[in-house]
Design a protein around this ligand. Structure first.
Ligand code: 3VV
Length: 232
């Protein structure tokens, strides 16, 4: 990323300063379970990931299929996919049992990162000290303006990487606000790189900055405030 400016370290408060309540050993253990992406813990989970990957290809194919093609062929696959959806829905559901630790992980369920979630591109995450780096390729299903990612998904991807950065710093907040400046269109079908870092913490509030790049060129940047729920 030749034109990538690193996040300004001089302006960044020590990321852990001011973050209360999460003991360092607990945080270190959590971080080791969050990143890197874990291997599936069972044959069933591996197959669920394979199913999600097939569903991603299905979503992409459906988005792109030509309505001016053979209507009978379209009708026939619509019936088949509908039957398949019913077969999958008839299998046991995670909502029918107490979720396991693995079920709850971002890497499993998130709409950006989750291997089991067909809506997730999926985005890949990496911790680089206090900076969270991520990358994703957005397919045709994410299109807003022609050839470019819909602005809502542009912003949502920032929410994800910022959310991870503040969780990794121990802030464990929820998004209170998010401002994203879309400087150029975010192109489809090519790798988009992200970086996010906590720049300030005050009590339950953590401010996070993030940027995204296509082929090393800045396409969007933003900042967000994350607020940790009051202790109950
Ligand atoms: C280093 C690598 C390691 C890797 C780590 C991997 C970790 C992976 C794990 C997990 C990652 C997760 C990634 C997920 C990413 C997605 C995140 C989301 O999408 S979150 C869902 C969307 N957001 C909501 O649904 C929030 C809805 N809102 C709320 O629940 C509340 O409004 C909340 C908690 C945000 C605040 O509620 P209150 O009741 O605690 O707030 P009050 O006590 O009234 O205010 C506290 C202070 O905050 C200010 N405040 C409150 N809301 C504000 C706002 N919206 N804007 C500005 N200021 C606000 C107030 O003015 C007050 O400030 P004064 O203390 O007086 O200075």
């Amino acid at each position: 990323m030749s034109t990538t400016e690193p996040l300004p370290a001089a302006e960044a408060a020590p990321p852990l300063a001011g973050v209360p309540d999460v003991p360092a050993d607990v945080l270190a253990e959590l971080r080791s379970t969050w990143l890197p992406r874990p291997e599936p813990d069972s044959a069933g989970r591996a197959e669920r990931h394979r199913l999600a990957e097939a569903a991603r290809r299905l979503i992409e194919a459906v988005k792109l299929v030509d309505p001016e093609g053979d209507a009978d062929a379209l009708g026939s696959v619509a019936d088949e996919v509908s039957d398949l959806a019913a077969r999958i829905a008839a299998l046991p559901s995670v909502e029918q049992r107490t979720p396991s630790f693995e079920d709850l992980q971002l890497h499993e369920r998130s709409p950006f990162v989750g291997a089991a979630n067909p809506l997730a591109p999926p985005m890949e995450l990496e911790a680089d000290g206090p900076v969270v780096r991520a990358h994703a390729v957005f397919g045709a299903a994410y299109e807003g303006p022609m050839g470019r990612v819909h602005g809502g998904y542009v912003a949502a991807a920032f929410d994800e990487v910022m959310g991870v950065a503040q969780s990794g710093a121990g802030a464990l907040g929820m998004t209170a606000y998010l401002t994203v400046r879309m400087k150029r269109g975010t192109p489809l079908h090519q790798r988009i790189d992200y970086e996010a870092e906590v720049v300030r913490v005050e009590g339950r509030k953590a401010w996070v900055e993030a940027r995204s790049y296509a082929d090393g060129v800045l396409v969007a940047d933003g900042e967000g405030l994350f607020i940790r729920a009051r202790a109950v």
